[in-house]
Design a protein around this ligand. Structure first.
Ligand SMILES: Nc1nc2c(ncn2[C@@H]2O[C@H](COP(=O)(O)OP(=O)(O)OP(=O)(O)O)[C@@H](O)[C@H]2O)c(=O)[nH]1
Length: 309
């Protein structure tokens, strides 16, 4: 029986995984291939669920604690294997948490019972060009963050240097590329904004599938990443965008990423927001959200459980 192609989408927090996943979904839709999505989310709530309405979605919430990833994934894959053929699913798209070692996931797919059904077609590693130097420097990041970047890049079959729009100088890009190449010299490297170019790459690989004989087995180091955690903070009073930005900036030293849905005191409307690479983006929610509570997911190191806004 033809195996199900699995596309892993990894990369550090905020590097552009979900943005790329949405593009891959469009691509497979255009090819009339049915896919299932597995999201490995950090934190107890999936704040981005609105992006995946009506999709075949499997969630591994809290799955970042690496020791539990494999077990959670096995349960999901067993469930998926039951329905795959009934639903004509041909592709699985799996987005990692951003703080997990992709080899844990690869190893699970490599277990005999799953190897017979699934095949990792590509392990896409997104890299935030703006923050890569900071995240890999001994002066500005923890050992844990550096280790994660290294593991993710080492395990990519294609590397996507994303957010190049944030790098102003060509020299800076070259410097980042040089450092990446020290970690993974073989995988093709794409320059990208908002994950553009990834689906074109997938298309070209389909045509060249005969020449692709890389082994995707994953590196077998086990590191534990218990210091990076996600906490959920509930919004108690409506706030302006400026107040939100000030709040995030005041936690900047510990914060790697934040996202959420909050109520804006200027127009009393709901907004989804994203905070990555020190940049805050927000978008008005157009649908009606009854009994909605504002909530923010903060992801970082040394975060205290007692944050209030
Ligand atoms: N300027 C710029 N922003 C980008 C680019 N790609 C993604 N973003 C923005 O960066 C933020 C994070 O993007 P996501 O796709 O959610 O990143 P992610 O890796 O899925 O984030 P986590 O799953 O939380 O780790 C969003 O606000 C995106 O709109 C890019 O190429 N350039």
């Amino acid at each position: 029986m033809k195996k199900i192609n699995v596309y892993l989408i990894n990369g550090f927090l905020g590097s552009g995984k979900t943005t790329t996943l949405l593009k891959c979904m469009e691509y497979f839709k255009g090819k009339n291939k049915k896919y299932a999505i597995i999201l490995n989310e950090l934190g107890e709530t999936n704040i981005e669920k609105h992006l995946f309405k009506d999709e075949s979605l499997y969630e591994l919430l809290n799955g970042c604690v690496c020791c539990s990833i494999k077990e959670d994934l096995r349960t999901t894959l067993d469930e998926l294997a039951e329905t795959l053929h009934k639903e004509n699913i041909e592709v699985v798209l799996l987005e990692g948490t951003g703080v997990a070692n992709p080899s844990e996931i690869m190893e699970t797919f490599n277990e005999k019972q799953y190897r017979e059904v699934f095949e990792i077609a590509e392990s896409i590693c997104l890299i935030d060009s703006l923050h890569f130097t900071e995240y890999t420097s001994v002066f500005s990041s923890s050992k844990e963050v550096r280790q994660l970047q290294k593991e993710q890049i080492e395990n990519g079959t294609v590397l996507v240097l994303n957010k190049v729009d944030q790098l102003s100088r060509k020299l800076a890009i070259e410097k980042v590329e040089k450092r990446i190449r020290k970690l993974n010299a073989e995988a093709p490297l794409l320059y990208s904004n908002y994950g553009n170019g990834v689906t074109e790459y997938l298309e070209s690989q389909q045509k060249n599938s005969k020449i692709k004989e890389r082994s995707i087995s994953g590196h077998h180091h086990h590191h534990h990443h218990h210091h990076i955690k996600a906490i959920k903070v509930e919004q108690t009073t409506a706030m302006t965008k400026r107040e939100l930005r000030d709040f995030l900036k005041s936690n900047q030293d510990k914060l790697l990423r934040a996202k959420g849905t909050i109520k804006n005191s200027d127009d009393q409307s709901w907004y989804h927001f994203q905070y990555a690479s020190g940049l805050l983006e927000w978008q008005k929610v157009n649908e009606y959200l009854p009994n909605r509570k504002g909530e923010i997911i903060l992801i970082g190191e040394r975060l205290s459980e007692k944050v209030t806004i």
